[in-house]
Design a protein around this ligand. Structure first.
Ligand code: ZN
Length: 323
């Protein structure tokens, strides 16, 4: 009798404990169905963060993808917080592509949560770790601004191609052909940057901006790089940083410094004023696109156009040509 009661109780408890498990499994099954539905039969619904990633996915996915880019022109990815609408878009996506390496600093938890139900890919994972840099001011973290070394961005393009081809094997050939064509254009872009840099005197090959977005560009194409803010725009430049950099500009007679489209102009203007106070004139050499691209429909609204704009702006200002 005692055993029977015990057994019944046991049975009840077992059933009660299993119920949530069964419900969870059913839930998983529902999500698995969504993830496993035949993507070859319809466009793949992709959500991306930065404009650079949006552009890469459009180039590789072509007609096969519908891309929803969350961060428009002038948006700073370090500070960007997802809106309720963004979360909804991510929840109904088949694949989410983000930069990673802590670029989207305020969205890390959200990506973790999304990864439980949706394929969530950091595109920087396509880059071999030994090609990433960790400048001292980044406090042990990798620099996330990988897109300004075009050869690193080519690794990213290959990674996106691989993920799309895995998700939609029927059209793998399409992604391969599209990626190959885009990679050829990127190889041309890389070669063209190397040529243009040769026109700048060695001593003037210095890029000075508001935040450290150009380390990879500096390493790839032979520029010294100085920024006023560290890893992220989340920290404001201090007065001491401004004075130190001003001294460097005066000593090296650097002709131009640059503003960035996604960082307030005042930081660089403060630097220019500090240089002037030391009796030297440094020009603001123009606006660079760092963490966001230009307006859609303009040349700078594409990754290739944005990089071309930057290199023209930098080269012309550093060889002292009038804007
Ligand atoms: Zn940045």
């Amino acid at each position: 009798m005692r055993f029977t009661v015990h057994n019944r109780l046991g049975l009840f408890l077992t059933a009660a404990m299993l119920l949530p498990v069964v419900l969870i499994l059913m839930g998983c099954d529902g999500d698995a169905k969504k993830a496993g539905d035949d993507l070859s039969q319809r466009k793949i619904n992709v959500v991306t963060t930065t404009g650079m990633i949006t552009d890469a996915v459009k180039n590789i996915g072509g007609e096969r993808v519908s891309v929803n880019g969350l961060m428009g022109p002038g948006v700073d990815p370090h500070l960007y917080k997802a809106s309720a609408g963004d979360v909804g878009r991510m929840q109904s996506a088949d694949i989410i592509f983000y930069n990673g390496l802590h670029l989207e600093g305020a969205m890390a938890e959200l990506f973790e949560k999304m990864a439980r139900t949706t394929r969530t890919v950091a595109v920087a994972d396509g880059i071999p770790a030994e090609r990433l840099v960790s400048p001292p001011q980044f406090e042990g973290m990798h620099d996330p601004h990988v897109w300004f070394d075009v050869t690193l961005w080519m690794d990213v393009v290959r990674h996106i191609e691989k993920i799309l081809a895995e998700s939609d094997t029927v059209h793998a050939g399409v992604y391969h052909v599209n990626a190959a064509a885009y990679l050829a254009r990127l190889a041309e872009l890389d070669a063209s940057i190397r040529e243009q840099v040769q026109t700048v005197p060695q001593n003037s090959r210095v890029i000075i901006t508001a935040h450290d977005a150009f380390n990879y560009m500096g390493r790839a194409y032979g520029f010294e790089v100085r920024g006023l803010q560290g890893i992220s725009t989340a920290t404001e430049a201090g007065t001491r940083d401004v004075q130190e950099l001003a001294m460097f500009i005066v000593e090296r007679k650097i002709p131009a410094i640059f503003v960035e489209s996604s960082v307030p102009r005042r930081t660089v203007e403060a630097l220019q004023a500090a240089v002037e106070a030391r009796g030297f004139a440094v020009a603001i050499g123009g606006e660079l696109f760092s963490d966001a691209m230009g307006d859609p429909g303009t040349p700078e609204g594409t990754y290739i156009g944005m990089v071309e704009h930057n290199i023209h702006t930098i080269v012309h200002a550093l060889i002292g040509e009038k804007k």
